[in-house]
Design a protein around this ligand. Structure first.
Ligand code: NAP
Length: 312
C-alpha cells in the first residue's frame, strides 16, 4: 500500500519521479483528499505538496497517519504549520536551491522596468526606429539606492547582485544582520524613504500581509519603483495600484499577485509595470533541484532519518 500522497499539478517528469520513488498516489488539490479511498487515506505517511491552495488542519485530519508534509518551494504559506505542529506533523521546504534564479528575475525586472525594455523592443519590432528615429531616453539604474525588504536568503542574493551595479544598499529585517556595510532600517517606512528601488523578499503568510503598506509606498515617492518576488499578499495591492496610476511612484516589477493566477485588470492598463507569471524559480535546472530536495525529504522521513530541510 502506498504511503505517499503527492498533491499538486506536477510536471510529468516530477510526477513520474514521485511515482517511481514512492509509488505515490497523485491528486491535483487538497480538496481531493476527502474523495480518496479510506484505506489509502489511512495509510498515507508523507505528503509531497505542490499546491497553492490552503492545506489546513481539516485536510490533515483526513490523513490520520500523516507524519510529514514536504513542500515543493521555499515559501510554505499555503500550509498551516501551526496545525501541522499541533498534530506532530513535520513540514519541510526547498530553501537555497532557488535563490539564484529568484534573485536573477528580480534584477531582470528591475532592468526591464527602468530601461523601458518592453517599449524599446516594440520600437524595433514595429519599424518605428527606422521610421521615427531613436526611442525616448530612459533611466540610469547603476549607482542608485536600493532597499531590500527582508534580508533573508533570497534578499541577500539580490543585494549582492545590486552591489555589482554599484548601488547603495539599505535593508529591513526584524534584526540587524552582518553585512558588508549595508545600512539597516528597523522601520520599513524609513527604509522606503531612503531609497528609490524597493526589492521585496519577505516571507508570505498572515504575519506579513500588506507589510508593504500605503505608508511604505508613499514614502518611496515619485521616483520609487517596487520589485516584488515574494508573495502578492505582502503588498497592499490596492494602494500600489493607486500609486502607480496616479504617478505617486514611478513603477513596479511584479512576479507575484494577490489572487494569482488572476491578476487585477488595473495592472494590465499600466505601461510603467513589468508583469511576470510567478516564475522566479521556474528554470529547468532549479525546478529539478527543488523536486529532488522534496523527494529527499520524503525519503528521509520514510526511512526514519533526519529531515534535510525542516521548517518545523
Ligand atoms: P528567508 O530566508 O526565510 O527570508 C525571509 C525574510 O522575511 C527574512 O528577512 C525575515 O526577517 C523576514 N520575515 C519573516 N517573518 C517576518 C515577519 N513576521 N515580519 C517581518 N519580516 C519577516 O526566506 P527566503 O528563502 O529568502 O524566501 C523568501 C520568500 O520568497 C519565500 O517565503 C517565498 O514566499 C518567496 N519566493 C518566491 C519565489 C518566486 O518564484 N517568486 C520563489 C521562491 C521564494 P528576519 O531576518 O528578521 O527573520
Amino acid at each position: 500500500m502506498t504511503a505517499t500522497l503527492a498533491i499538486g499539478n506536477y510536471k510529468p517528469n516530477n510526477r513520474a519521479a514521485l511515482v517511481e520513488a514512492f509509488d505515490a498516489h497523485v491528486i491535483a488539490q487538497p480538496n481531493g483528499i476527502a474523495d480518496l479511498d479510506e484505506a489509502l487515506r489511512k495509510g498515507i505517511r508523507a505528503v509531497a505538496y505542490a499546491s497553492g491552495q490552503r492545506f489546513g488542519g481539516a485536510e490533515m485530519d483526513l490523513l490520520p497517519d500523516l507524519g510529514v508534509i514536504a513542500n515543493y518551494g521555499v515559501g510554505y504559506d499555503a500550509i498551516d504549520v501551526d496545525a501541522a505542529s499541533a498534530r506532530g506533523i513535520r513540514v519541510t521546504n526547498t530553501p537555497n536551491v532557488l535563490n539564484d534564479d529568484v534573485a536573477d528575475l528580480a534584477i531582470g525586472m528591475w532592468l526591464m522596468q527602468g530601461r523601458e525594455m518592453r517599449a524599446a523592443e516594440a520600437h524595433v519590432r514595429s519599424g518605428d526606429w527606422a521610421k521615427d528615429g531613436p526611442a525616448p531616453l530612459n533611466r540610469k539604474l547603476s549607482g542608485g539606492s536600493a532597499g531590500i525588504m527582508g534580508l533573508g536568503r533570497i534578499g541577500r542574493d539580490i543585494a549582492h547582485r545590486l552591489a555589482a551595479f554599484k548601488m547603495d544598499i539599505h535593508y529591513y529585517a526584524r534584526s540587524e544582520k552582518e553585512t558588508p556595510g549595508w545600512t539597516y532600517h528597523a522601520d520599513p517606512v524609513d527604509l522606503a524613504g531612503a531609497v528609490d528601488f524597493l526589492f521585496v523578499a519577505l516571507v508570505g503568510g498572515s504575519e506579513t500581509e500588506k507589510f508593504v503598506s500605503k505608508d511604505v509606498i508613499a514614502a518611496l515617492g515619485k521616483n520609487g519603483v517596487v520589485i516584488n518576488i515574494s508573495r502578492g499578499s505582502v503588498i497592499d495591492e490596492g494602494a500600489l495600484l493607486d500609486a502607480l496610476e496616479s504617478g505617486a511612484i514611478a513603477g513596479a516589477g511584479l512576479d507575484v499577485f494577490v489572487g494569482e493566477p488572476q491578476v487585477d485588470p488595473r495592472f494590465l492598463d499600466l505601461q510603467n509595470v513589468v508583469l511576470q507569471p510567478h516564475q522566479g524559480s521556474a528554470t529547468v535546472q532549479t525546478r529539478a533541484a527543488m523536486a529532488q530536495l522534496q523527494r529527499d525529504n520524503v525519503a528521509a522521513f520514510l526511512k526514519g532519518e533526519d529531515l534535510l530541510t525542516p521548517v518545523v
